[in-house]
Design a protein around this ligand. Structure first.
Ligand code: NAP
Length: 325
């Protein structure tokens, strides 16, 4: 029997990059999925979901907005589990409070409050980010291993105007506090930059990072990021939901690499593509570090190698005709 047979779960922000894979795999495992989107009448947001195997029988679409109080009440009512992935995943904003912080923080609180109103909800899976761990104030150097015990310092992020990281850190904090106080079981996913094939027809923030490298940019950013395949992220969410012994946070990163290295890997796979070989600034390259895989492995994640993820995302760009290759 499929693990999800007879079980109803909610996925918030279902049209997004990670959530679309989550919906696909949940349907594959036999779950009935109540998927929330802001605009169910927009084909770009829902057509790729409606085409998934099992969607006709077991996918239900609902309109819900993070900023509307009570918006998720009726969707979550009667669900066994809730996957809260909806959150703006953008970096370039004019008004961080309304564009990022409110939807992330007030929105998460809104969703977990709806969970508290539905006694059917047995576990909540929160899609947080590795950004809620990396900025603890501890230095990151090649020998340092970041793990689930690391927590980013919101005051530091506020001072540095790192709004996305601030929003995710605050959202994780308020949501887990509320869930703990209300005795609701939860797990937290802390993915690194997520890449791999796209199901949705538009670029999202993390796929754009790779798209930029093959679309004429002359330089790469001076950043070191953790990287993970979107299919591993989606499976980690479901495994953490199904495994009764799962608890707390899970760092999800296959590897950590500076863009200077990643562009070399990309050039080796696609020697004919124009890939930048110059850094965007002349400061020292941001140091690398490590992210622990130990806890994620307990969820059965085997980690798709970065090379495969890069190949998959580039092939996806080709297939969707985002650029002429
Ligand atoms: P995405 O494709 O941009 O999806 C974000 C989703 O959030 C969209 O479905 C969007 O809905 C929804 N959303 C935004 N504002 C909303 C609002 N006010 N009300 C309701 N829904 C709203 O991004 P993603 O990369 O899949 O990210 C999904 C989650 O993973 C986010 O929580 C993000 O912080 C986290 N994450 C992502 C990465 C990554 O590298 N991709 C890494 C770590 C963590 P619409 O479709 O209606 O716009």
């Amino acid at each position: 029997m499929n693990s999800g047979e007879g079980k109803v779960v909610c996925v918030t922000g279902a049209s997004g990059y990670i959530a679309s894979w989550l919906v696909k795999f949940l349907l594959q495992r036999g779950y009935t999925v109540r998927a929330t989107v802001r605009d169910p009448s927009n084909p770009n947001k829902v057509d790729h979901l409606l085409k998934l195997d099992g969607a006709k029988e077991r996918l239900q679409l609902f309109k819900a907005d993070l900023l509307e109080e009570g918006s998720f009440d009726s969707v979550i009512q009667g669900c066994h589990g809730v996957f809260h992935t909806a959150s703006p995943a953008v970096f370039d904003v004019d008004d961080p409070q309304t564009q990022l912080i409110d939807p992330a923080v007030k929105g998460s609180l809104n969703v977990v409050k709806s969970c508290a109103k539905s006694p059917s909800v047995k576990r909540v899976v929160l899609t947080s980010s590795i950004a809620t761990a990396l900025f603890s104030g501890r230095p990151r150097t090649p020998e340092v291993v970041v793990d689930e015990t690391w927590f980013s310092n919101p005051e530091f992020l506020w001072e540095k105007k790192m709004w996305y990281q601030y929003a995710k850190t605050s959202a994780e904090e308020v949501a887990t506090k509320f869930l703990t106080e209300n005795n609701i079981d939860y797990v937290v996913m802390n993915p690194a930059v997520t890449i791999g094939p796209l199901l949705q027809p538009e670029l999202n923030g993390s796929s754009y990072l790779i798209f930029n490298l093959i679309n004429g940019s002359e330089t790469f950013p001076n950043f070191t990021f953790g990287w993970i395949n979107v299919k591993d992220v989606a499976n980690a969410h479901i495994n953490a939901y199904e495994d009764v012994s799962a608890s707390g946070r899970y760092c999800l990163a296959e590897t950590v690499m500076h863009f200077s290295q990643l562009t070399k890997v990309l050039s080796n796979i696609y020697p004919t593509l124009q890939i930048p070989d110059k850094c965007a600034d002349d400061k020292p390259l941001m140091p690398t570090f490590l992210i622990s895989k130990e806890k994620a492995k307990t969820l059965g994640i085997e980690f798709i190698p970065l090379e495969v993820s890069l190949r998959e995302i580039i092939e996806s760009f080709k297939e969707k005709k985002f650029a002429n290759f």
